[in-house]
Design a protein around this ligand. Structure first.
Ligand code: SF4
Length: 407
């Protein structure tokens, strides 16, 4: 698919909530914690006023660019994703007001997916019943690992029991789609302990599991935005942790996931994501499909099919502009177009189980890479659609080698 020259109206909206109880040393998200998040010097009130203004300003811009909500060219959002940070720390009535504002200005289609990221600690998961009443349909729980000592190593505040309690509370609150985030390739965690943690996660009976290898950025930030430099203590922690990671053990874990999760009823639908039927993340799928997704909040990144745009990650700068009634500072970059754009789309599509149409990829000039993937056991025919190819298990383990031949 060639990326069109025209921007497309948003199908999803990402809303960034930057507050956390404390900072985890491996975290690269745009986060403020401690006194900036709670107590008399909390930035929460100013943030909430500013984000409501940004929702209004971005919606007005969308009205001008794509037509008013409800017109043929401007459909209500299919997804809203409140990510962070720890969005479950928002006071329930303010969460409800934010969702209402998005519904009012951007629209939320019937059956829209509304995801809230939550941390499992008793003082972090928030009022889950109130969140459901506010319109949340999907909860994404940042568990990371269900092993007490590994959680301590990671600097997390919660315990495995907190994860169990949060899942139970979410179910009893009526959350219809429940996801748990896990990490692989953790420093100093032997394979058996990691596999036991995975079994504990499976026993929770949630609808969706994401498992990403722990990535420790040691060099300069490459996101393009102006987030704060990593604190020296976190840099030292990362250096120690990186030395305690083990590529072979990480690959063994990935291989284990790909046999253990399907046996437990989870289908892989993207390299790092597995779901029971009907529970794939619709919001994240928009990113992998290179669809148009708007974004609000400090450091939030948006894409309209033509341009990538991001907000300043500096809470002061972001908030000050909005208080003046102006859009926050940030940056933008024309997305890859032409062959490079097609290559980017192909790589994203190949991450997903549905794979790509083989003939179309060959026509677009990627025949050599596809043939290389097939002859080296990284690509195979899709099991239910002979016109498509998808990654094999080996391909999921070695995807970067194939993607380097495409991009
Ligand atoms: S809780 Fe999540 S967002 Fe907050 S600092 Fe830790 S990893 Fe980052």
């Amino acid at each position: 698919m060639i990326v069109g020259a025209q921007p497309a109206p948003p199908r999803g909206l990402y809303l960034h909530v930057p507050f956390c109880r404390s900072l985890c040393p491996y975290c690269d998200f745009v986060v403020v914690a401690g006194a900036a998040a709670f107590g008399p010097r909390s930035r929460m009130g100013g943030y909430l006023n500013a984000i409501e203004k940004e929702i209004d300003l971005r919606a007005t811009l969308a009205d001008k660019t794509f037509g008013t909500l409800g017109s043929a060219s401007r459909q209500p959002l299919e997804t809203l994703y409140l990510g962070g940070g720890t969005p479950s720390l928002l006071p329930t009535e303010r969460l409800a007001a934010l969702i209402e504002r998005v519904r009012d200005r951007f629209g939320l289609a019937p059956g829209a997916e509304v995801t809230l990221e939550a941390n499992p600690g008793a003082d972090e998961r928030g009022d889950l019943r109130g969140s459901v009443q506010a319109g949340v349909t999907r909860l994404s729980i940042g568990a990371q690992v269900l092993d007490t000592s590994a959680l301590r190593t990671l600097g997390r505040r919660h315990t495995p029991d907190d994860v169990v309690a949060t899942v139970a509370a979410a179910r009893s609150a009526g959350v219809t789609s429940l996801s748990v985030d896990l990490l692989a390739d953790l420093p100093d965690l032997p394979f058996d302990a990691w596999a036991a943690s995975l079994d504990r996660a499976i026993a929770l009976g949630v609808d969706h599991l994401s498992v990403y290898a722990l990535t420790l950025s040691l060099g300069p930030d490459e996101t393009g935005d102006d987030r704060l430099a990593t604190p020296a203590g976190a840099v030292a922690w990362r250096e120690r942790a990186a030395a305690a990671q083990d590529e072979e053990r990480g690959a063994q874990e990935l291989e284990h996931l790909n046999s253990r999760l399907p046996a437990a009823g989870y289908d892989w639908y993207e390299i790092s994501n597995w779901a029971t039927p009907g529970h794939a993340s619709r919001h994240n799928t928009l990113y992998w499909e290179r669809a148009s997704v708007a974004a609000v909040g400090p450091g939030a990144h948006a894409f309209d099919g033509v341009t990538r745009r991001w907000n300043s990650a500096n809470l002061d700068a972001w908030e000050a502009a909005l208080q003046q009634g102006e859009l926050p500072p940030g940056g933008e970059l024309a997305a890859e177009s032409g062959t490079a754009g097609v290559a980017e789309g192909l790589v994203l599509a190949l991450r997903m189980a549905r794979g790509v149409e083989r003939d179309a990829a060959v026509r677009d000039g990627f025949g050599d890479a596809i043939a290389w993937g097939e002859s080296n056991g990284l690509l195979t025919q899709h099991p239910t659609d002979a016109t498509r190819v998808q990654l094999t298990l080996r391909g999921r383990l070695l995807s970067n080698e194939l993607f380097a031949r495409i991009a």
